[in-house]
Design a protein around this ligand. Sequence first.
Ligand code: NAP
Length: 284
Amino acid sequence: MSITKTGWIGLGKMGIPMSQQLIKAGYAVTVYNRSTDKEETLKAMGAATASSPQKLIQDTDAVVIMVSDDAAITSIFSGENGLLSAKVSGKIIINMSTVSPAISKQMADLCEQQGNYYLDAPVSGSVKQAEEGTLVIMVGGDEKAFEQAKPVLEKIGKLTILVGDTGAGNKAKLVINTLLGVYSQGLAEAVLFAEKNGIKTEDLITLLNNGAMGSPYIKIKGDAIIKDNYTAAFALKHIAKDLRLAKDIGLSTPLGKVTYQTFQDAEAKLGNEDIIAVIKQVRG
Ligand code: NAP
């Protein structure tokens, strides 16, 4: 089956620019978002809208999902007028949200019982990469379904690889986000350590970015720290959630444990700010 009609569920910071890539690539896209006001941008670009996940899957070949967490996934699949209530078959459901391998296994089994395929396909990269269509996509699930979904995913990302069975994409993503958490806290601590020793943040970031440790991440987040701008591109509450999921699959390394605790402690106060607002937590 080749996918022509795609459905999209979840129009948050990532879902909007990611779904826009499919429209730009010429796919017929139908969208659904819990808060319907967020559908307007996509409607203006030519997307159709569906009143529920159930209606959305009935009218499309494949459904892509980009929502917050396991609870959102449960409601989209099993809630009233959820995907599973449509009782359709032969569809591919691609879940790009960062969620647990356990919920992927659960939903994949339910999809299989109805004759549908489920792929977990979380992404590395943030809003900028979503806007450029240069995300990195790691997929878990059936190889044939992956091959069918690949042309769609390649419009969203610059690299799409199958890393294993159901849940393997989620596991790879949690490993990567553990490093992201460690890296973010490390950058925050370096800035504060430099500050304590009279080194200006601008100078530290310039030095880092011109040396071997320079990276797109330090460039973006260093700039945010310099400008004191903590508007969320990747909300701190999401990395706090990811580190909890990482702990559930066995994260117990020294830096991993410290980073986990830092973000749990920061979440209540800084959850809606950007991940790099962790500098405020570390500053105390
Ligand atoms: P976001 O801006 O907070 O958007 C969350 C989306 O999930 C919204 O569409 C929201 O709907 C929907 N949602 C939340 N709870 C729901 C529920 N119970 N039922 C139905 N829909 C629900 O999040 P985001 O930054 O786009 O991130 C989405 C996912 O991608 C997360 O798993 C995150 O960890 C991951 N991720 C994010 C980034 C990043 O840089 N932002 C990068 C890589 C991966 P409403 O509009 O109705 O609230």
